[in-house]
Design a protein around this ligand. Structure first.
Ligand code: AMP
Ligand code: MG
Length: 509
């Protein structure tokens, strides 16, 4: 592959001087490629060709360790601030990451190419700027799983071990991850310039972000308010998608919320198994600030922090600006609820509207969730088996529940709701409806999610024994989450209750 030059077009470096510090990656003594995402590379127009596999791996290792950056790269550390667990840190910034450049993908979309774990930067504070292989492979697995589930996310292009050890609670193999993102502009980026910078800088950042993530608003008189509304809308939808697959981000600090609306920063995240709205897995989230059912509330809180930075742009008159921003923030719960209900309907196999549908469908979804909670049933499998039930096979769903009366009562209501909808539709027989519904439901109720015990198993093998096979097998399974494949069933099985009770995620810094 010829990647000596990537067609970089680095607008952040060019247009936002003063918003970052130029910085080179630290050299890696013995880089080895452990992961390369060929599909994503093709999407970026980087698909390697020609070379024999081992020469290619060596080339990629050299590039994605940062040892030899392609021509046109302008590595830089971005400045940002952030509220971490509610406490404002006025200066965070890329302490172990570098934006290498931007490129235009095959769809004409601008994407950031960034390193994570490539060494110290002026923002490293007491950190070493490095990363261990485990957390980097974790980011690959969860990011690719989210992508396959259809949820907006940053993605990993490559992981390279550096040949160096990093010291955490013990020595671990160091690694660098290459991340592709719509951008790395965060709520915290705005907070940094609202705190340390001038109004001119905040305006410049806002105009840049609008041009990049909402070009249709360029030139609009009320563009800042409209943009804020758009960012809020994207978060409302994103968090609803998380909720519907049982995803817990784990560290929704304002520096980990992307203005592009992608899921970003896979640290102590996890997927829920038995349905439990208060679920927390992060070892550092003592008070459950970022629990599963707190995520919409926190997204709104973070948006309020973003609004504070935009007030002078929203209106010259501050009380008026506050009023306008508050309207958006106050509308957030209803917008999130709207996206949640849309998603819940799809998961329940409901396509059409019936009289009083909003009330009926909300109650149906909430009562179903209450049922799962009371019975401590696996969230993912319960939804999937409900799809089977729609198709006429009720046994697997029943087998998940110890007690059947409440389930039967709920199923009567659900079937009545489905029948009401079918009666309004054209299609010929109820059998057609049943099959079509089951099929639709299988497209939104995954069979496979990254189960915590399988993720840990794969990362342990890679990290402790240098064995990448379990990682590769799990990754392959996660690429088709909506297809039930018997050969992959070990990845679909829930963990034991004792694993789930004690499982904790760590920040991996
Ligand atoms: P995170 O919790 O990953 O969102 O990171 C929060 C802040 O800590 C960011 O400014 C990171 O750049 C910084 N950080 C995390 N790990 C390290 C590290 N090993 N060395 C230097 N800075 C780090
Ligand atoms: Mg972060």
């Amino acid at each position: 592959m010829d990647m000596k030059s990537i067609a970089f077009d680095n607008t952040y470096a060019r247009d936002l001087i003063g918003f970052y510090v130029p910085c080179q990656p630290e050299p890696a003594p013995d880089p080895k490629l452990v992961y390369f995402n060929h599909e994503l590379a093709a999407e970026l127009g980087l698909e390697p060709g020609g070379d024999d596999p081992s020469a290619l791996a060596a080339t990629l290792a050299t590039i994605f360790s940062g040892n030899r950056l392609p021509e046109g790269a302008t590595p830089l550390a971005q400045a940002y601030a952030g509220h971490q667990f509610g406490q404002f840190s006025p200066q965070l910034g890329d302490g172990r990451a570098l934006l290498i450049g931007e490129l235009i993908d095959r769809h004409g979309k601008r994407r950031d190419l960034a390193f994570k774990g490539s060494g110290k930067t002026p923002f490293s504070r007491r950190g070493d700027g490095k990363a261990a292989i485990g957390p980097m492979l974790r980011e690959v697995l969860i990011g690719e799983a989210m992508h396959a589930l259809g949820i907006p996310t940053t993605r990993a292009l490559a992981v390279v071990t550096t040949g160096e050890q990093v010291y955490r609670d013990r020595p671990l193999a160091g690694a660098t991850l290459t991340r592709i993102a719509d951008s790395h502009i965060r709520v915290g980026t705005f907070q940094f310039f609202a705190t340390h910078g001038s109004l001119e800088q905040v305006t410049k950042l806002a105009d840049y972000t609008i041009a990049r993530h909402a070009p249709e608003l360029v030139g609009a008189e009320d563009r800042y308010l409209q943009f804020f509304q758009l960012v809020a809308e994207r978060q409302a939808a994103l968090v609803a998608q998380w909720i519907h697959v049982g995803f817990i981000h784990g560290v929704m600090n304002t520096d980990n919320m992307s203005l592009a609306g992608e899921t970003i920063d896979y640290g102590p995240c996890a997927f829920m198994e038995a349905y439990e709205p208060g679920a927390v897995f992060s070892s550092i989230d003592d008070f459950g600030r970022y629990a599963y059912d707190q995520q919409a509330k926190i997204a709104r809180w973070n948006l309020a922090r973003l609004a504070e930075t935009l007030l002078p742009l929203i209106a010259a008159d501050q009380p008026r600006a506050i009023e306008l921003a508050t309207e958006v923030i106050d509308a957030f719960p209803a917008r999130h609820r709207h996206h949640w209900l849309e998603g819940a309907r799809a998961k329940l196999g409901l396509a059409g509207q019936v009289d009083d549908g909003e009330r009926i469908d909300t109650a149906l979804a909430e009562d179903w969730l209450a049922l799962l909670q009371a019975s401590k049933v696996d969230f993912t499998l319960a939804w999937r088996r409900l799809a089977d039930t729609a198709g006429g096979n009720e046994g697997p769903l029943r087998a998940l529940f110890g007690e059947h009366q409440a389930l039967d009562d709920w199923l009567v209501r659900w079937r009545a709701r489905c029948a009401a909808e079918d009666a309004q539709a054209e299609a010929s027989t109820s059998h057609d409806h049943a099959e079509a519904r089951a099929k639709r439901m299988r497209c939104v109720n995954p069979w496979l999610i990254p189960r915590n015990h399988r993720v840990e198993e794969a990362l342990d093998a890679a990290s402790e024994a240098g064995d990448l096979k379990p990682f590769e097998q799990l990754l392959e399974a996660l690429r088709l989450p909506y297809e039930e494949r018997p050969a992959m069933s070990r990845f679909a099985e829930p963990a034991t209750a004792s694993f789930n009770q004690t499982f904790r995620t760590f920040c991996g810094t």
